[in-house]
Design a protein around this ligand. Structure first.
Ligand code: SF4
Length: 182
């Protein structure tokens, strides 16, 4: 099984989300947030098709690859910068490197924020990515679904209904209880 950019992104956001997604429980197609993301993706840079290549390789899909300058452009709908976005892009760079394409860099683009961020891969990142890939494999292959995050972190998650429907708002998950002061 290939580890995809989505696996990498979800690992950073929530281990449970990663497990649910990897085990075939997907909510993304019905999520309004995801629809918004797709809309932004399709309408923000309609003129790009000729300048950029779509690349699908080893389980990852890069929508906008500037082959001439070896730059991956990744567009995010989010109105805030997230570490998960950076690591997903670093993972794309890593996969291209593994395929023999060197000196690749990335640019994260946030149309709603009107901001961009350059992303590079360091030797430390390469080692970290190898470790994360091992951890992703372990989580995905586990029979046990990881615990929920505290509910405050679930607001924009497409699995929110799945994880929380029927739950008492005041009921704490084990994870939350662990965080409570003794
Ligand atoms: S709703 Fe919360 S606990 Fe459930 S998958 Fe999403 S982030 Fe994780």
């Amino acid at each position: 099984m290939y580890i995809t950019g989505t696996h990498f992104n979800y690992y950073m956001i929530c281990k449970r989300k990663l497990w649910l997604f990897a085990n075939g429980i997907t909510m993304e197609s019905t999520s309004e947030l995801v629809s918004l993301g797709k809309l932004i993706h399709e309408t923000t840079y309609p003129q790009r098709s000729e300048r950029f290549k779509e690349v699908e390789i080893k389980g990852i899909k890069i929508d906008f690859y500037d082959q001439k300058n070896k730059i991956i452009h990744e567009i995010k709908k989010s109105d805030k910068r997230q570490e998960a976005h950076i690591w997903q892009l670093k993972y794309y760079i890593y996969v291209l490197e593994q395929e023999g394409i060197e000196n690749v860099s990335g640019i994260l683009e946030y149309p709603k924020l009107r901001k961009t961020e350059e992303v590079y891969l360091s030797d430390i990142d390469r080692e970290e990515i190898k470790l994360i890939m091992e951890k992703i494999e372990i989580i995905i292959q586990s029979d046990d679904c990881p615990n929920k995050l505290p509910r405050t972190k679930c607001r924009n998650c497409s699995y929110s209904d799945f994880c929380w429907s029927g739950e008492d708002d005041n009921k704490k998950t084990y994870y939350e209880k662990d965080l409570l002061p003794v």
